[in-house]
Design a binder for this molecule. Structure first.
Ligand code: SF4
Length: 368
């Protein structure tokens, strides 16, 4: 134990010079640092509450949100720079290419659905190690995890963009670049900030985390955030086909995944979403549907069939035609499985995961 005089000295040094000194810039999402800034400026907590309400709940512009806040020069709102915006000419999709501080590009996709609702698809990594056969991001390999601030800034920037259009951001889905559960700590931090009543105050029911299947992490997420929705990209219940489509599958067996779904059903009240990409001749036969029906027997799920957008790097993969998708859906529904077909937006702007970043990287490297 240190004598009192030494202890006071340590406290003094840490408060004024040492490890606890305020950093030069403080992220708006860092609650501990913002609280220390508030104390150092002797501000009423109400000032911080108003600041957060304006920026994170109402998505006011940076200038309006920071108006009159004494510590504004020390606060950092954005860690991503807008590099390019592409708007669909046929529907309500927009894609933002955003640049990290290290110069890497990521995508955030805005879907403005005809009903008036809006969804933001966020990225959790630059590139992805899952290497899915059908995905442009998977062809890039893994580059780096996004920090929680980089995940949250996608929400802030898109929220502000939609507010300028007098729209609200309704849903947030982790379906962009990356496997969210390969960046589990930062995903957890981001979900905590998004659902915190003092910060973004989003309903956990309006958030969906989509994974190709990391069973233990899926269960941990359900236990920690029981109202957040989970989606499993299943795509096939034939081990060989699934392994071909999702090489990551070699680490996690279909049996482990089914066990995880049962555990998640035990923790969560709502059904888990099963995403099933419809690929011609790969996973769309009557047999495939029968196998899927058997595999899903006894679990609480909702199957979402997804028409496939072809990518340049996988010319051998084609989407199933509409009749096949309809027949597959009828077969699943006939067995009592809740089944929907997802309507894809943004086909003209390469809205599927990673395609625009890949095009941009090719342009930057002189490859077309
Ligand atoms: S589909 Fe998702 S998990 Fe698979 S490679 Fe693409 S980003 Fe990664």
């Amino acid at each position: 134990m240190l004598p009192d005089s030494r202890r006071q000295l340590v406290v003094f040094l840490s408060e004024h010079k040492g490890v606890n000194a305020l950093p030069a810039v403080i992220s708006i999402f860092d609650t501990t640092a913002v609280e220390r800034l508030r104390r150092s400026l002797r501000l009423d907590p109400e000032r911080v509450r108003v600041l957060r309400n304006r920026l994170l709940k109402k998505f006011e512009s940076d200038d309006d949100g920071l108006l009159g806040f004494p510590g504004r020069d020390q606060l950092q709102l954005h860690v991503l720079e807008q590099f390019r915006r592409v708007d669909s000419s046929i529907d309500g999709a927009s894609k933002l290419l955003l640049k990290t501080a290290t110069g890497m590009l990521i995508e955030a996709v805005i879907l403005r659905i005809a009903s008036g609702r809006t969804t933001l698809c966020v990225s959790s990594q630059v590139g992805c190690a899952a290497s899915c056969e059908f995905c442009a991001t998977g062809k890039m390999g893994i580059a780096q995890n996004l920090s929680s601030a980089e995940i949250l800034d996608q929400v802030l920037q898109v929220g502000q963009l939609l507010a300028r259009e007098e729209r609200r951001l309704d849903n947030i889905v982790f379906m962009g670049m990356g496997e969210p559960f390969h960046n589990e700590d930062n995903l957890n931090d981001a979900l905590t900030v998004l659902t915190s009543p003092q910060l973004f105050a989003r309903s956990p029911k309006s958030i969906l985390v989509s994974t190709v299947g990391v069973p233990d992490a899926m269960v941990r997420c359900a236990e920690r955030f029981p109202s957040v929705n989970l989606a499993l990209s299943l795509h096939s219940v034939k081990a060989e086909t699934r392994l071909k489509l999702i090489p990551l599958t070699q680490r996690h067996s279909l049996g482990d995944l089914r066990h995880a779904i049962r555990e998640i059903n035990r923790v969560q009240q709502h059904e888990l979403m099963i995403e099933y990409l419809m690929l011609a001749g790969q996973n769309d036969s009557i047999d495939d549907a029968d196998d899927l029906i058997r595999w899903l027997d006894g679990v609480n799920v909702h199957v979402n069939l997804i028409p496939y957008n072809p990518i340049e790097d996988a010319p051998h993969l084609l989407g199933s035609d509409r009749d096949t998708i309809d027949r597959f859906a009828v077969q699943l529904k006939g067995s009592g499985l809740k089944t929907t077909i997802r309507y894809s937006l943004g086909n003209d702007i390469a809205a599927a995961c990673g395609q625009l970043v890949q095009k941009e990287n090719r342009k930057r490297n002189g490859v077309h």
